[in-house]
Design a protein around this ligand. Structure first.
Ligand code: PEP
Length: 249
């Protein structure tokens, strides 16, 4: 059975003190329903302190990006072994904001996913089409290409630990959510793509998240879709109350 994975992506928000205060109030005494897993993706600066604050809770940690080398002369970058050392279990890779503002390519995504897997992290590989691409009926060809190049040469053993997040770019931070039907159509396409390369058993076990203006009111209708296994939540995860409602959809 696939677990329901819910990740709160804080993006570039919260100081260390604000992050720890959130975590203490949010995670203390929270019981996560069986079969669900809750994860917070704070800025790099808060990872270490949050790892301590979330110790002995049901909430785990995710980084928002990673470099593909383990160490070296890459000023400003953070490697997968460093993330593991800071207490991370997951790492987001190829978020559309990284693709848009920092020019990340599918090839970068592939190198980062491999580095994360090698270090023992679970990579959350983000894919999604822009509004122009959707209107030009290119959604499936864009997603196919992002998956083909982003997951290129990842072994069957490794792919079992990978997570795919479908995040239509037009739905991120805009308040416009894909309808459950629109999202399910793409999730089904992603699972079929994985099945063609790795077989149906592996595809059936892959966790595919939806992200894009998820909130307490739409979480349940998304999560009841057959191929939606979890949520990647941006804005609505910044407030512990609204994130808690999403987790308990
Ligand atoms: C995201 O950051 O991945 C995201 C989906 O943001 P939001 O929920 O704010 O649209």
């Amino acid at each position: 059975m696939r677990r329901a994975l819910i990740i709160g992506n804080w993006k570039m928000h919260k100081t260390v003190a604000q992050a720890v205060e959130y975590a203490r109030g949010f995670a203390a005494g929270m019981t996560v329903m069986a079969g669900r897993e809750v994860v917070i993706a704070p800025p790099f600066t808060a990872l270490h302190a949050l790892s301590a604050a979330l110790k002995d809770t049901d909430v785990s940690l995710c980084a928002q990006d990673v470099h593909w080398e383990q160490e070296g002369a890459y000023t400003g970058e953070i490697s997968a072994p460093m993330l593991l050392d800071a207490g991370c279990r997951y790492v987001l890779i190829g978020h559309s904001e990284r693709r848009k503002w920092f020019g990340e390519s599918n090839e970068d995504v592939n190198r980062k996913a491999k580095a994360a897997l090698k270090a023992g992290l679970f990579p959350v590989v983000c894919v999604g089409e822009t509004l122009d691409e959707r209107e030009a009926e290119q959604t499936f060809s864009i997603i196919r290409r992002q998956l083909k190049e982003g997951l290129n040469n990842i072994s069957a053993d490794d792919i079992r630990r990978a997570i795919v997040a479908y995040e239509p770019v037009w739905a991120i931070g805009t308040g416009k959510t894909a309808t459950p039907g629109q999202a399910e159509e793409v999730h089904d396409f992603i699972r079929q793509f994985i099945a063609r390369i790795y077989g149906t058993d592996i595809a059936a076990g892959i966790c595919i998240l939806y992200g894009g203006s998820v909130n307490p009111d739409n979480a349940e209708s998304l999560m009841t879709q057959k191929d939606i296994d979890g949520l990647l939540v941006g804005g609505a995860s910044l407030d512990p109350e609204s994130f808690r409602k999403i987790i308990h959809y």
